[in-house]
Design a protein around this ligand. Structure first.
Ligand code: AMP
Ligand code: MG
Length: 344
């Protein structure tokens, strides 16, 4: 199959992509978070192609992308007022809500669950594709399962060229990490995945938020979890990653004393001079966490190279968007963290 590369700025692109979606094909779509691998979320055969292309475990459910809050009730029931409050405040934007699913949503889309995740993305061309195709787009991140997510059309082609019908090129993703996921099916709202909408922002609307264990710790493969996707190895380059925490100076001393040929250092722009001779790669400015979230996956993909032995990574501290960056990096490192303050 020849994969079409469609430009988001071409006025014909939305109609071309929508036609492919209506024909049950896979189309990679730009969003503000990461590129998604989109298909008609109500068509089981089309959804099955997503799982096949990504090598995604069947029990890992997909997010349905919709045009706006008025579409929530088409695919969900028992919708609490707080879902509409969140949509009003954060949609279109990087927030996904888990709600009870209507029967029209196939179990293949929900990974067998009776709940479904919905989100309205902040990309005009993607919303237009959804509107023209007349169906919600099931769209997981457009990477091969387990690998770092895709934040450019080139990343998508690297993973899927020749295997999907088209990629809509909308440039680099602004946020760069996947959406925040909040589960609204229990009495208390539960954060299943941190992202561009921060826990602090959610608290302002909800007044209450439980952080799911999967956000902060490694989950066993056999454990029953709220977000099945969170138990799988994620975002990882081929070689091991170890996070080195602590002050700039202590971390540099630790890394430089352990560094061996074939290792790489993933650090903040401000730290590059500390790692001269260690082939450092910066993923953004520590002083501006949005540059870190936007740059993280491109850097992890660059480091996905079998000739690299080990990666020492620096991780931002604190809440807000830094919380999402920490979550992705910790998962890429399988929660392997060394505290340089405690090491000599
Ligand atoms: P991705 O599309 O690659 O960003 O992955 C989607 C994420 O959404 C995975 O971590 C899923 O576990 C989560 N998710 C999707 N649907 C549900 C649902 N119904 N309940 C809980 N988590 C969900
Ligand atoms: Mg993903």
């Amino acid at each position: 199959m020849q994969t079409l590369l469609l430009s988001a700025s071409d006025p014909k692109t939305a109609a071309t992509a929508a036609n492919l979606i209506m024909n049950g094909e896979l189309v990679a779509i730009p969003t503000e978070t990461v590129y998604g691998l989109g298909a008609n979320g109500l068509n089981e055969a089309a959804v099955a192609k997503i799982f096949e292309a990504k090598g995604r475990p069947q029990d890992n459910p997909l997010i349905l992308h919709i045009c706006g809050a008025e579409q929530i009730e088409l695919f969900c029931h028992h919708i609490p007022q707080k879902a509409y409050d969140l949509a009003e405040k954060f949609w279109p934007g990087p927030l996904t809500m888990v709600l009870p699913a209507r029967d029209c949503v196939p179990k293949r889309t929900t990974g067998g669950l009776d709940t479904v995740a919905v989100r309205c993305p902040d990309s005009a061309v993607t919303r237009e594709i959804i509107r023209l195709s007349g169906v919600p787009l099931a769209a997981p991140s457009a990477n091969i399962s387990g690998k770092p997510s895709t934040t450019t059309a080139e990343h998508v082609l690297h993973d899927h060229d020749g295997k999907i019908a088209a990629v809509v090129d909308g440039g680099s993703c602004r946020v760069g990490v996947e959406s925040t996921i909040v589960d609204l099916t229990d009495e208390r709202p539960r954060l299943l995945r941190p992202g561009g909408i921060t826990p602090e922002q959610l608290m302002e609307v909800l007044g209450d938020l439980v952080v799911d264990k999967a956000v902060t710790a490694q989950i066993d493969k056999d454990e029953v979890v709220k977000a099945p996707g969170m138990k799988y190895r994620h975002y990882a380059p081929s070689e091991p990653v170890v996070i080195v925490s602590g002050s700039r100076e202590k971390a540099a001393a630790y890394i430089r004393s352990h560094f061996e040929p074939g290792d790489r250092v993933l650090c903040f722009e401000e730290e590059l001079p500390l790692y001269e001779g260690c082939d450092p790669l910066s993923y953004g400015m520590e002083a501006d966490v949005n540059t870190l979230s936007a740059g993280l996956f491109a850097a992890l993909r660059e480091l996905d190279d079998p000739s690299i032995h080990q990666v020492y990574a620096r991780c931002p501290v604190g809440g807000g968007v830094a919380y999402a960056v920490q979550n992705r990096l910790k998962k890429a490192a399988a929660f392997h963290i060394v505290d340089a303050e405690e090491e000599v």
